[in-house]
Design a protein around this ligand. Structure first.
Ligand code: ADP
Ligand code: ASP
Ligand code: MG
Length: 406
């Protein structure tokens, strides 16, 4: 007998009919002799709807109340599924984050999981009950409801799989696996049968929505085998796993894009020790993740400092930076949220030269201007004007030969 954790995303539970087909899938898995823990997202669009309402209710909604509100979409889907399963003769019980006790830190909107208690779930599994857990939510030490960041139910699922030492964690979505790039914007994208944790992590961090980066981090840390599968067909699937000796080391294995980017430039800052720390320390104290940073060459002892943050952090980040502008003697701040980050990823890059140059040449040929560049051992990212996102992804996908084998 195996213990299977299955996570279904928003499109898979978008309405009653879809929840019914999830129920049938769960019952089939149980009838095959497995213990099943199901993790659900909210119905597609529901979390957006809740966020919109919060933003209408106040300019800067109180973070504690905001998390309590936006976590409610998951309460609807888990209870509906449990009701349905019970109605179909399959014993099931729903759990919210605090009932499992998914303990997190206090960073509302992007809380990190500290510990997952398993006693209550194990007791139910022993009785033959299917356990249905609300994804995306946890509880802090003071019993406040917290949420794990957009796409966070992937992380809930992997954390539960790790804590329960499950045999597998299946992530069901509207795509039948992980592709060389987003199949919804590039028709030549190819599904991969396997991908390493490291490559998946880079792809997820660089914007491939199919898995939340922290889910992949956890899967890698606890060695949880993760299968990305389609809710709607039994075909396909991608296994995210450790590197194997015979695994092909493609130079570039994937192309990603991230539209959730905003660029902030602090203009004419004195080029002296301590300035960067003065700018970035308050951002990190507010849990704002700064992605790329470039500093121009200094002229007359002054320089421009440009960095990117997530769009959702833009108002907080600009407020913080405007407070330190005077402190650091900077002239002004400029904000551009009409940008996107396009990245190429591949473990094979470590041992190949000329990969970044090929990326730049490919973009140049299309007249796409590169505003910022960052590189790591297995990734090159460029910030470009948002309107070029799809074109950039498609030409890079072609240039690195990732198209369908036919
Ligand atoms: P869910 O609601 O099931 O969590 P998401 O919308 O979060 O689903 O993630 C699935 C989406 O990820 C797909 O619809 C697809 O557009 C997008 N995506 C981006 N990059 C990739 C990729 N490389 N492979 C597969 N899907 C991708
Ligand atoms: N419902 C949450 C979101 O829309 C979590 C998730 O879908 O994973 O971000
Ligand atoms: Mg998702």
């Amino acid at each position: 007998m195996s213990l299977v954790v299955q996570k279904y995303g928003g499109t898979s539970v978008a309405n009653i009919d879809k929840i019914a087909s999830v129920a049938r899938k769960v019952i089939r898995t149980r009838e095959a002799g497995n213990d099943v823990v199901v993790v659900l997202s909210a119905m597609a669009g529901e979390t957006d709807r809740l966020i919109n309402m919060a933003q209408k209710a106040a300019d800067e909604p109180d973070a504690r109340e905001y998390d309590s509100l936006i976590s409610t979409g998951e309460q609807v889907t888990v209870t509906l599924l449990a009701i349905m399963l019970n109605g179909m003769g399959c014993p099931a019980k729903s759990f919210l984050g605090f009932q499992v006790r998914v303990l997190t830190d206090q960073a509302f909107k992007k809380a990190r999981i500290l510990q997952v208690e398993t006693t209550a779930i194990r007791d139910e599994l022993k009785k033959g009950t299917v356990v249905v857990v609300a994804g995306f939510q946890g509880v802090d030490r003071e019993n406040n409801v917290t949420t794990l960041g957009r796409g966070g139910s992937d992380t809930s699922a992997v954390a539960l799989a790790a804590a329960l030492k499950a045999d597998v964690c299946d992530i069901y979505s509207d795509v039948d696996g992980v592709y060389t790039t987003d199949p919804n914007i590039c028709s030549r994208a190819r599904r991969m049968d396997r991908i390493t944790y490291d490559e998946m992590l880079e792809m997820a961090r660089a914007g491939a929505k199919v898995l939340q980066p922290r889910a992949v981090e956890l899967a890698k840390k606890y060695n949880v085998p993760v299968y990305v599968k389609s809710s709607f067909t039994d075909e396909g699937g991608t296994l995210v796993t450790k590197e194997e000796r015979d695994m092909e080391k493609e130079v570039v294995s994937g192309v990603t894009y991230d539209r959730d980017q905003a660029k902030i430039t602090v203009v004419h800052v004195p080029d002296r020790p301590g300035v960067a720390a003065r700018l970035f320390t308050p951002l990190s104290e507010h849990n704002i993740v700064v992605d790329m940073i470039i500093q121009n060459a200094s002229i007359d002892g002054h320089t421009d400092l440009t960095f990117t943050v997530s769009r959702k952090d833009i108002s907080e980040a600009t407020r913080i930076i405007s407070e330190v502008l005077k402190d650091v003697d900077a002239e002004k701040m400029e904000v551009d949220d009409n940008v996107a980050k396009v990245s190429i990823i591949g473990v094979g890059m470590i041992s190949h030269s000329g990969v970044a140059a090929k990326m730049f040449a490919t973009l140049a040929k299309e007249g796409i201007n590169i505003m910022m560049i960052s590189t790591s051992e297995i990734k090159v990212s460029c910030v470009v004007e948002a309107k070029y996102t799809e074109l950039a992804v498609t030409v890079l996908h072609d240039a690195f030969g990732l198209e369908k084998e036919s």
